[in-house]
Design a binder for this molecule. Structure first.
Ligand code: PLP
Length: 424
């Protein structure tokens, strides 16, 4: 029988066999509710793949996309301009403070472009020896060969894939982001790694504001700002990967980097960008970096880069973010910070953590986490779809999930934890 071969996705790094998923065929959705082919309603606690900040089938986004679809199919971005792409560049520049934008189709591609730009930037400056990237060992920046090579996570290691020269920063086993001085101490680890790699060889540091696939790890407040100072002091580039945290996921702003006094040199974004309607990502960069290339061509690009449909969906998503999304994200992040730990207080959980519109339940084993996720899903009365990254369960609902829906999700999850503990 023909079969789909699932890779793991970043919503769940332990892929369900596709024959199991045939029984979970989803046919329609509205907000954070989705219905399967048998008519059962499930609560979508992961918002697609943490990429639908405004939930399923949002009418404003669907209408904008449908209108564009009737007008124009595809424009090659090197042969002609199109209004939605031009407008999106201006809109992103206003949101990020970074004035040059490269459009791509996914988070991994945004990282590929970022690393290529960083490496070539130094070559254009006459420093070809800059071949090293400094990153968290548990960072995750995508699954294409170059992006995967940035990480030291076991799920990404292969014996054959090429990788840049890397220097990894480990989190200490007692990583405590709330301790006074934690941000400066962690940035100091990066300074030590740059020193060990040889500062004149470091092309860039790259970090996520929150380690998503790496296990839902919260970093200290102010860490990005401290890292900016470190990068500046070594005259190297700072790349921030907001593929996961962007478009309101960080809770109180469109991007986590908005809290920095000055933006990073390069920013990679994707996921929530089009509310999950059309694949899209972007690499945003300082104009001074772009300038260094002069007339040299950027040696990167895909057939569908900057697709008009994706640009239209992104503009509608950003419009929603500005008009209502940021206040919804702040309210939902407040719920996570205060109510989520209360709702989930139960045995069987090692640690509860929250970051913006993200709730993490760390379990004592991968098996327990998978069993809880399956129990939440199989509850016929009230099925909840939740993500699982190794032994960490992650709730990443849409920003506009109502307080009532959030409480219902938490109640389902608590029941799944308790039922699973009984048989552990
Ligand atoms: C921080 C981060 N970077 C990069 C990626 C890769 O994005 P994509 O899966 O769209 O290639 C992800 C995906 O989850 C991510 O969380």
């Amino acid at each position: 029988m023909p079969a789909r071969w699932n890779g793991w996705t970043t919503a769940s790094t332990a892929a369900n066999p596709s024959h199991d998923l045939r029984h979970h065929q989803l046919v329609r959705g509205s907000g954070c509710e989705v219905w399967d082919i048998a008519g059962h309603c499930h609560l979508d606690g992961v918002a697609g793949a943490a990429n639908t900040p405004f939930g399923h089938a949002h009418p404003r986004i669907s209408d904008a996309v449908a209108t564009h679809l009737r007008q124009l199919t595809h424009v090659d971005e090197t042969l002609a301009a199109q209004q939605p792409a031009e407008e999106l560049v201006d809109t992103l520049a206003a949101l990020t403070g970074l004035h040059d934008v490269v459009f791509v189709n996914s988070g991994s591609e945004a990282i590929e472009a970022a690393i290529r730009i960083a490496m070539d930037y130094w070559r254009h400056r006459g420093q070809p020896q800059r071949d090293t990237i400094v990153a968290f060992a548990r960072g995750y920046h995508g699954c294409t060969a170059l992006a995967a090579g940035l990480s030291d996570l076991p799920i990404l290691r292969t014996e054959w894939a090429p990788a840049p020269r890397m220097r990894h920063v480990e989190l200490t086993p007692h990583h405590r982001p709330d301790e006074p001085g934690a941000a400066a101490a962690l940035a100091g680890e990066f300074a030590a790694a740059i020193t060990a790699a040889g500062p004149q060889r470091v092309a860039a540091v790259i970090v996520e504001p929150f380690l998503n696939v790496g296990g839902g790890i919260v970093l200290p407040d102010g860490f990005l700002t401290e890292l900016r100072t470190v990068a500046d002091s070594f005259d190297t580039l700072m790349i921030v990967d907001e593929v996961f945290t962007g478009f309101g996921r960080s809770g109180y702003a469109a991007f986590a980097v908005n809290a920095m006094p000055s933006p990073p040199d390069i920013l990679a974004i994707s996921k929530g960008m089009t509310n999950g309607v059309v694949p899209m990502g972007a690499t945003c960069l300082r104009h001074s970096i772009r300038n260094q290339f002069g007339d040299a061509v950027l040696r990167y690009g895909h057939t569908t880069s900057g697709h008009g449909l994706a640009c239209v969906a992104a503009l509608a998503t950003i419009d929603l973010l500005r008009t209502e999304g940021l206040s919804q994200a702040a309210a939902t992040a407040d719920w996570f910070a205060t109510d989520f730990p209360q709702c989930l207080r139960t045995s069987g959980i090692v640690e509860l953590r929250t970051y913006g519109v993200v709730g993490v339940l760390e379990c004592d084993s991968v098996e327990r986490a998978l069993a809880i996720a399956a129990a939440a899903r199989q509850d016929r009365e009230s099925s909840l779809i939740i993500g699982c990254k190794q032994n960490a369960l992650m709730l990443t609902p849409a920003l506009n999930t109502t307080p009532q829906q959030l409480r219902t999700m938490a109640a389902h999850l608590k029941r799944a934890v308790e039922n699973t503990s009984l048989y552990a």
